[in-house]
Design a protein around this ligand. Structure first.
Ligand SMILES: *[C@@H]1O[C@H](CO)[C@@H](O)[C@H](O)[C@H]1NC(C)=O
Ligand SMILES: *[C@@H]1O[C@H](CO)[C@@H](O)[C@H](O)[C@H]1NC(C)=O
Ligand SMILES: *[C@@H]1O[C@H](CO)[C@@H](O)[C@H](O)[C@H]1NC(C)=O
Ligand SMILES: *[C@@H]1O[C@H](CO)[C@@H](O)[C@H](O)[C@H]1NC(C)=O
Length: 365
């Protein structure tokens, strides 16, 4: 019996989610030598977040603020001051595409964002204010805020009302922002300050919501940019992400900084070819339901049998205990009766006459 439990128990363990360690740390390779390799995506992947948060591929870097999955997708909840729910992909792309099908959080001062960002602080953004029918597009090369003309806003149907497709397509020649299949903006390498401010290092996906309009924790300029102060009596504010598509245009396993210098240019990123850990993980079934399906009929039957077996064993143990209990009870009752009989007989002898009738059985004495 014990042996037949052991194998399905191992199979059961495989149904439990586990967490992949964060394999990179913040280290700017344009300023430091020896920054660790970055895990690449090296392919394409779609995430629905409707029965899992893919916790081996997406990390929650912020301690405050909740990200959860729901039937509609991932929900990012800003319920109180300093909440900044965020999902960061655990994989990077060197040129690629990101599609986020999302509904921005509604509420003055709340910013919803879907961005690409690198260790050298290259960045390409979609950002949405909580009370404005505007899509804000922006980019940075090595975090440089001084270069003018990077940010550009577009009027769109209220992003807080419906799910829309926000796509960034990024090659070494140009960046494009697409809204529901329509290209809103293109920036070429040359336009980005002759390439000096052009994003060109491996980036990961960072999606989240935060209270930029919280004057206790942000500069007045930030509160103003966000559209004004957050009204906490209306909280929680929720951003919902239905789908994310990521496509790394390089078929890399990892990106190495070995040849990088202060320039931060793409040609100094060393590409290590091979099957990426992220793709391997992505192609594995995820979620309890899918892991169950992937176990195969034999393992499923073994698990069901051992579960049924366990129930039967528990039932037998309970039954055995009851019988034992009742037997013990009957033995005690018999002993008690015998004692009574003995005492009655003694009394009878002492008194020289019968003390009762029937069950005492004094008649036989
Ligand atoms: C995604 O990758 C698969 C191969 O893994 C390929 O067949 C498919 O065309 C790719 N999809 C897109 C949209 O690039
Ligand atoms: C999640 O969404 C995808 C795409 O709409 C769908 O195919 C899949 O069945 C959904 N999964 C669950 C558990 O609802
Ligand atoms: C919406 O945002 C745009 C651009 O940031 C700004 O010009 C406009 O005044 C805002 N509208 C409202 C109603 O806040
Ligand atoms: C989102 O838009 C892009 C660009 O137009 C398109 O290629 C992609 O198929 C769309 N994805 C979804 C899920 O609608």
């Amino acid at each position: 019996m014990m042996l037949s439990f052991a194998v399905p128990a191992l199979a059961l363990l495989s149904l439990l989610p586990t967490s992949l360690a964060q394999t990179f740390s913040e280290c700017d390779p344009t300023k430091k030598q020896g920054c660790p390799n970055l895990p690449a995506l090296g392919g394409n992947a779609t995430f629905h977040f409707n029965d899992t948060l893919y916790d081996k591929l997406w990390l929650q870097p912020k301690k405050q603020g909740k990200v959860d999955w729901s039937e509609k997708g991932a929900t990012f909840t800003v319920a109180r001051q300093l909440d900044s729910p965020q999902l960061d992909s655990n994989f990077y792309m060197l040129f690629g595409r990101m599609t986020v099908v999302m509904k921005a959080a509604r509420g003055r001062g709340i910013i919803s964002s879907a961005i690409l960002q690198s260790e050298t602080r290259d960045e390409i953004d979609w950002e949405f204010k909580g009370d404005n029918a505007t899509a804000m597009t922006n980019y940075y090369g090595k975090g440089n805020e001084k270069f003018q003309g990077r940010g550009k806003d577009f009027d769109i149907p209220a992003p807080q009302d419906d799910f829309h497709n926000y796509t960034i397509d990024w090659t070494k020649e140009r960046i494009q922002w697409w809204f529901d299949g329509e290209m809103l903006r293109e920036v070429t390498y040359a336009e980005a300050n002759g390439g000096a401010d052009y994003p060109q290092s491996p980036m990961n996906l960072r999606i989240g919501a935060w209270a930029a309009g919280d004057p206790d924790n942000n500069q007045p300029g930030v509160v103003e940019w966000a559209g004004g102060e957050v009204d906490w009596s209306d909280a929680p504010y929720v951003m919902t992400v239905q789908e994310v598509f990521a496509h790394d245009y390089t078929s890399a396993k990892e990106y190495s900084w070995e040849n990088m210098d202060a320039s931060g240019t793409w040609d100094k990123v060393k590409i290590i070819e091979g099957q990426s850990a992220a793709m391997e993980e992505y192609l594995k079934p995820s979620g309890v339901r899918n892991r169950w399906a992937a176990l195969g009929k034999t393992a499923q039957i073994a698990i069901i049998c051992s579960a049924v077996g366990a129930v039967i064993i528990i039932a037998l143990v309970v039954l055995f205990c009851c019988i034992k209990q009742r037997r013990a009870g009957r033995r005690a009752a018999a002993a008690y009766e015998a004692q009574q009989n003995k005492e009655a007989a003694e009394l009878h002898q002492f008194l020289g006459q019968p003390v009762g009738n029937g069950r005492m059985g004094y008649n036989r004495i």
